[in-house]
Design a protein around this ligand. Structure first.
Ligand code: UDP
Length: 328
């Protein structure tokens, strides 16, 4: 298939481009490199440009008949979204509309959308399934939820088939060590903890030990990047083969939560094997962090026949540590 991976120079998109290429698909990556990295765009042909650039999209879509578009290009910092909602609504919503409308114009039939657990807001219950109400509590979550709603209306009005995948905590790295997590600034727990272990940061700060959880720290559902990408590939195949149609959405996680303290303990164990230690400090809660976010991904497992291969947290951390050691 011909597949356009928008945001394919970012953490998730780059792993996706590799997996699709390995499966024999022809991949084109569109990325404006605002938060992506040229060195991650190792697979597929990179077109440097913006998803809101209608003329560029017209050129790409008239040159190649794509079987589907996978869209990973978004701003994703919750705190920044509260301070600069204009940026989030423009890039994550308005620019996505440009992409969808150019796809419609050229008859590109399928869309896989990178959504998020942040569309659920403060959960009413755990694990979170697809029936859980979606009440985002910040502009980032709102922007992703808005696109999910657009996709429902585009499915009924224009016949655009789509799958939105709501990620819990994407983590880990390419098991072959070629790709890994890269964000500037980095805000995620596992890479920050590994950077503290490799000496690239002085310490890791635990944001709050006073949550209503067994050890007082937040609980999250970490899902290996490779498993996350597999779910996207399966979703696209299901659309192509007609097993799914309309606007579908699935939660993606392992269904098992780990506290911040537990994650740090696993990191400490893994890095100790290479003679590394790290300094752990306490810090206040980060605004907007729910105590527990765990996915019920039963629907994705059933409908997409998705079987995570790297559900074990230690494996996730080992792959991420191998990548971090190459960065230090
Ligand atoms: N966290 C932390 N220290 C950090 C970064 C994150 O204690 O330096 C906590 C954060 O409060 C959350 C969990 O780790 O409970 C995962 O945060 P991350 O930013 O990795 O992902 P999120 O769950 O926000 O998408």
């Amino acid at each position: 298939m011909n597949i356009l991976v928008v945001g394919g120079a970012g953490y998730i998109g780059a792993h996706m481009a590799k997996q699709l290429t390995r499966q024999g698909h022809a991949v084109m990556v569109l990325d404006n490199l605002s938060t992506g990295f040229r060195r991650l765009a190792r697979y597929g042909s990179l077109v440097e440009g913006d998803l809101g650039d209608a003329a560029l999209l017209d050129e790409l879509f008239s040159r190649t008949s794509f079987d589907g578009v996978m869209h990973f290009a978004a701003n994703s910092l919750v705190g920044e979204s509260v301070e600069r909602p204009d940026k989030y609504y423009r890039n994550n919503v308005a620019n996505t509309l440009v992409l969808l409308d150019r796809m419609r114009h050229f008859g590109v039939p399928r869309f896989i959308f990178s959504s998020t657990a942040a569309t659920f807001g403060e959960p009413d219950y755990s694990p979170i399934d697809e029936q859980h109400p979606q009440r985002p509590i910040n502009p980032y979550g709102h922007s992703k939820w808005m696109v999910e709603q657009v996709l429902k209306d585009y499915a009924s009005a224009y016949g655009l088939d789509s799958v939105s995948l709501r990620y819990f905590n994407a983590a880990g790295a390419d098991p072959e060590g070629e790709l890994g997590e890269c964000h500037e600034p980095e805000t995620h727990l596992i890479p920050l903890t590994l950077q503290a272990a490799s000496g690239r940061r002085p310490d890791i700060k635990v944001f709050g030990r006073d949550y209503g959880t067994p050890d007082g720290t937040c609980i999250r559902d970490y899902i290996h990047i490779e498993d996350l990408c597999t779910a996207h590939a399966l979703a696209l195949s299901a659309l192509v083969e007609g097993r799914l149609s309309g606007a579908q959405a699935f939660n993606l996680g392992n269904g098992q939560g780990f506290s911040v303290q537990e994650v740090i303990a696993v990191v400490q164990k893994v890095v100790a094997e290479d003679g590394h230690t790290l300094v752990v400090k306490d810090a206040p809660q980060r605004p907007g962090d729910p105590a527990v976010l765990v996915a019920d991904a039963g629907l994705a497992r059933q409908t997409l026949d998705w079987q995570p291969q790297f559900a074990d947290l230690e494996t996730i951390v080992r792959h991420a540590w191998a990548w971090e050691q190459r960065q230090a």
